[in-house]
Design a protein around this ligand. Sequence first.
Ligand code: ADP
Ligand code: ZN
Ligand code: ZN
Length: 841
Amino acid sequence: ELLNFNFPSEPTVERVTLFADVILPLPLPRLYTYRIPLEMNDEVLIGARVIVQFGAKRVLSCIVADIHENAPEEYQAKYILDVLDDKPIVTAPQLKLFKWMAEYYMCTIGEVINAALPSALKLSSESRIQLHPQYNPEEDELILAAQEEKIIYALQQNQSLTFTEVGNLLQLKSYHKFIKSLIQKEAIIIFEQISDKFSPKVVKKVRLSEHFVQEEGMLEELFNQLTPKPKQLDVLLNYLQRVPVHQDVNQNYKGIEKNVLTNNPHLSVSSVNSLVKKGVLEQFDQVVSRFPMDVEAQQLPMTLSEYQEKAKDEILGLFKEKDTVLLHGITGSGKTEVYIDLIKHALEAGGQVLYLLPEIALTAQIVTRLMKVFGDKLGVYHSKFSDNERAEVWQGILSGRFQVVVGVRSSIFLPFHDLSLLIIDEEHEASYKQYDPAPRYNARETGLMMAHLQRAKTLLGSATPSIESYYNCQTGRWGLVSMTKRFGKAQLPDIELVDTRDEQKRKNMHSHFSGKLLTAIEERLQRQEQVILFQNRRGYAPFISCDECSWIPKCKYCAVSLSYHKYNNELRCHYCGYHERMPHDCPACGATTLKSMGFGTEKVEDELKLMLPKAEVQRMDLDTTKAKNSYQQIIADFENGKTNVLVGTQMVTKGLDFENVSLVGILNADTIINFPDYRAHERAYQLFVQVSGRAGRKGKPGSVIIQTRDPLQSIFRKVRNNDYQSLYEHEIEERMRFSYPPFVRMIRITIKHAEEDTSENAAIVLAKDLTDRLGKQQVLGPEVPYIFKIRNLFLNEIHIKLPRSNTNLRAAKDQLSQAIFNLKLLPDFKGLRVVVDVDPV
Ligand code: ADP
Ligand code: ZN
Ligand code: ZN
């Protein structure tokens, strides 16, 4: 397929020596320049991959960022070895974006490229083995062992094999000894080869051989022949049922997947094979897409209600003057339908659209909705996809096959070249920010830059906008459009607070459930309605403790207590993944009185099943959604009414749309409110409003029960009154008073070292240097964070507050880089790691 965009083609000047700056997939702070062999002048393209040698040993694939005539001054440029793509796989605006990300988030462009490209497009060199041309196995005096023979046969057939392939062939892990013996005999040679890991999906198919189709009467004869072989006849009939014989040969030649026949328990595999052997059926390979093809759009977008139509018109109106608009619509107001309508507009005008979502769990529902409207023009992109699937989406965008893409934060890396609309749904979500590894980017900010570079419009949407975004509307930089009603007859749910201390006194708590919440759940179950229960922690209990001696198991590598996971009877660290079996007795004093403290989603699920044995309860958290399609299954089961109660972590709070949910319970609101962070209030408000927003979305009245030890806190009043305005006013004033974003930009520097003292001393030295460079006001800390050790490294933090203006920001970042560079050179601080996080959340 042809690329339908014009990439600025370099003027091809014959016989002029050209150089290419390339982005190596390594954390290097700069681009490297390679010389283009004259005969490749026309072939090397900006945005395409080439192969170069880096250092003495490594052969790498990399992206060409620029082509020019200037030889590097500091070193002799090596030649480009090979060209991989005849068309760019990274577009011009993408390259600009990647450069911006590296600069803004203070990482290297190699790190950005590494995160951006699906592994399948990052070629790697691998060791392969090949039979030595002089080696003749027949002359080998030693008798070949059976396995050895197998390898040599495979080598003769395939020309070369990777070590993994050899391992698989031998079905052993320790094949090194074997390879060694072959090397000693000089039977094989080992060499490095660049391999393209992206492989198209091939399906084995069978079809009726041509002459049975074309020649009159052949089929009849075949039936007669097969009469004594009823099993084979069955296969044939089964085949013909699926692929009827038409005059049109091409039609016929589609064939069917061999699996369809061989997996059918009524048909015998050997009969299928016999028919192939007889030449009745023939086998062939077909390259297929990993995604549904030929999905016709089935329906138009829903007709917008009056207020949705009005919101849409306002948005389009504002887009004439502004690049960015925030849609502040309460939960259930029908923001998605407004997006869909706008996407349709954008597609009709010929542009591409990216629809960002904060969470995979959400994509399942949205994709179903969008697929109906946009058919196979819709691409989906998220981290549960395999490398090859991601590469296929990547190439599908380049080729124009996908015009709308729905995806999570990493979708901002995709190769759009003509983006006209970017939608950032649930824009307030912290999960748009990547913590680790670099680039530590926020897809919201990066998306805005991406839209800017492509001259696209951005629509952000939320029922609970981030303070920063709302502030941008207040200052007039962005447009603001509101929807204050729920769609149709639906109303916002009633929110009731339950004082758990009171309930405890009145002996009305059943473990972690108040009597009120339990009764409410039972009522919904009787009415065949559904319930969502939210608890902010996964696992069974955040820690356990000995009743006798107060011993608490801690992680070996981190300064945290281990969480108890009951389903596999394990203690697990949520920071490094370390796990051990739950001890039966206390390892400190031998007592058998180990008690679990606090509670997570697993315990909620467990207890509810005991208390309401008839209820079908399912849990959605990190532990239950590890498998590729598990979250889709959980959501489908809940949608179909197979489950009555869905228990989960913040995964259940975001954007999900279930018709039949009439009750939402928040089991413990207090841990959320009392989080030590300047955003704690904002976060708590967002979380409570969002999770409450899952109730009563389609006409049935909904209610919310929030359990707390302190129901008089002001945050609850705001949540109950759906009073975003007063939250915003309170927050923005505090942020101004204490200099927090959006009035400053924050950078967090984390210093890590295996020695506690070294970590602390380095932090002190760095803080001092930074104070000298930037001024006292700008530097906070060093401070030991609450969790002071992770993965055996001791942490210290420094926070930097910088002015908003871009010029100052750049200068300050330069100073910061310098200071870190100098710090790492000091002999006292060997092995020091410094992590810089710009706009931490
Ligand atoms: P939000 O994203 O604002 O929370 P949704 O877009 O999920 O809300 O809409 C809430 C519910 O109302 C959904 O089930 C949706 O299908 C329905 N809905 C919204 N707009 C329309 C419309 N114009 N016609 C029919 N149903 C609608
Ligand atoms: Zn003990
Ligand atoms: Zn740990």
